[in-house]
Design a protein. Structure first.
Length: 338
C-alpha cells in the first residue's frame, strides 16, 4: 500500500465509521482469519464493525475468537443487507472481484460506501477505492498484519488478533511450506507468537479434527484417484452419492486435492466435487512448479486463484466435466512435461 493510500485510510479510520467486512464465498482459514483479525482491531479502536460472510464456513474454524459474531448472508439475509445499506466503509478481504461473493454482489454494487480491498490473488478488478493487492504475499492474513503495522498500531495486536492472523497464514501456506512462504512470513509468525498466538493449539484445532466419516470419505476419494502419467496429472472425483454416503459436512474435503501432488512425477492435481444443491461441479486445482492453474481455471472453468492453487466450477455433469477436462490436457502436454 503506498503512503498516500495509508494516510487516506488512516484519516478515514480517525473518524467514526459504520464498517462492514466481507470475505469470499465458502470462506477458508485465511478469509475467516483475516476478517476476524481486522474486526478485532477495528472494534478495539472503537469503530462499529460487522463481518458478513456470503455463506457458512467449516466447523474446524468455529473456535476462532469472535467467529460467533459473523453474520451468514444466506441465513441472516435481512440483517446482513441492513448492515451493508448503512455501511460507510466496506473492507473486502481475500478476494478481488465481486463474482467471488455470490448473492452479496448486487448489494455491494448498490452501496455508496468507500471500498478497501486487501487481497493476494492475481488480476484484481477495480471496484475498490483503496487497494492493497500483492500477489507475492503468503496470505491475506499476513497483509492484515502489515496493514495494522502501516497504521503504526503493531502494539495493538492482541492475543485474539495474533491467533486469527496466525491461523490464516498457517492454512494458506500449508503450514508454512508453500513457496509463497518467505522469511518475512516467518518473522511475522514469530512476532505473532510473541504477541500471544498459540501455535500448537491452532494446529490441533484446525487439523486434528477428523471424524470417522471424513476419513472414510478420504479413502473413497483416494480410491477414485485417476493418474495420467502422460500428463503428470492426477485427479479425484467425488459424486453427490458418495458425499451423502459418508455424511459430508462443509470442510470435509479440504486438503484432499493435495494428495495427488505427493506422487512422484505428478505436478498437476485436481478434485471434482459434485454439488447437486447448486447444480454445479466445484473444482480445485493445484500444481507444483511453473504450470499456472490460475490461468487454466480462468480460461476453462470460470475460476481463478494463484499460480499453484486455484478453483473453478462447471455447470455440466460430473462425467461431462471430467471428459472435457481430459480433452483439454492434450493442449498442455508440453507444459506439463517440461
Ligand atoms: P480452493 O481450491 O481451496 O477452493 O481455492 C484455491 C484458491 O483459488 C483460493 O485462493 C481461492 O480463493 C481461489 N478460488 C477458489 N475457487 C475460485 C473461483 O471459483 N474463482 C476464483 N476466481 N478463485 C477461486
Ligand atoms: Mn488467501
Amino acid at each position: 500500500m503506498n503512503s498516500e493510500d495509508i494516510n487516506a485510510v488512516a484519516r478515514l479510520l480517525s473518524k467514526p465509521q459504520k464498517i462492514v467486512i466481507i470475505p469470499h464465498k465458502n470462506p477458508d482459514g485465511d478469509a475467516i482469519g483475516s476478517t476476524l483479525a481486522l474486526w478485532h482491531y477495528l472494534k478495539n479502536r472503537g469503530q462499529k464493525a460487522q463481518i458478513i460472510a456470503p455463506n457458512d464456513f467449516p466447523k474446524f474454524l468455529k473456535w476462532m475468537p469472535g467467529q460467533d459474531q459473523i453474520l451468514n448472508f444466506e441465513k441472516e439475509n435481512a440483517q446482513s443487507k441492513a448492515y451493508i445499506d448503512e455501511a460507510t466503509l466496506i473492507f473486502t478481504l481475500d478476494f478481488n472481484h465481486l463474482g467471488r461473493i455470490g448473492q452479496v454482489e448486487p448489494c455491494l454494487k448498490e452501496s455508496d460506501a468507500t471500498f478497501i480491498m486487501i487481497d493476494h490473488h492475481q488480476a484484481p478488478s477495480d471496484y475498490a477505492d483503496y487497494m492493497y493487492s500483492d500477489v507475492l504475499m503468503s496470505s491475506t492474513c499476513e497483509m492484515v498484519y502489515n496493514f495494522i503495522e502501516f497504521l503504526g498500531d503493531d502494539d495493538k495486536i492482541t492475543p485474539e488478533i495474533a491467533n486469527c492472523i496466525y491461523t490464516g497464514i498457517m492454512t494458506d501456506t500449508g503450514s508454512f511450506k508453500y513457496s509463497s512462504t518467505t522469511s518475512r512470513t516467518h518473522r511475522v509468525v514469530a512476532a505473532l507468537i510473541d504477541k500471544g498466538a498459540e501455535n500448537t493449539k491452532a494446529h490441533n484445532l484446525v487439523y486434528d479434527t477428523n471424524t470417522p466419516n471424513r476419513l472414510h470419505l478420504l479413502g473413497c476419494a483416494l480410491k477414485n484417484m485417476v493418474i495420467l502419467e502422460e500428463y503428470s496429472t492426477a485427479y479425484i472425483t467425488l459424486s453427490q452419492d458418495e458425499l451423502d454416503t459418508y455424511g459430508f459436512q462443509k470442510g470435509d474435503t479440504e486438503g484432499f486435492v493435495n494428495y495427488g501432488l505427493t506422487l512422484h512425477g505428478i505436478c498437476f492435481a485436481v478434485i471434482f466435487i459434485e454439488n447437486k444443491d447448486e447444480g454445479i461441479i466445484k473444482i480445485s486445482f493445484r500444481s507444483e512448479g511453473d504450470f499456472s492453474v490460475n490461468e487454466f481455471a480462468r480460461k476453462h472453468f470460470n475460476g481463478g486463484g494463484h499460480t499453484n492453487a486455484a478453483g473453478g466450477r462447471s455447470d455440466v455433469s460430473l462425467k461431462e466435466t471430467v471428459d472435457y477436462f481430459s480433452t483439454l490436457l492434450k493442449d498442455y502436454k508440453t507444459q506439463l512435461n517440461p
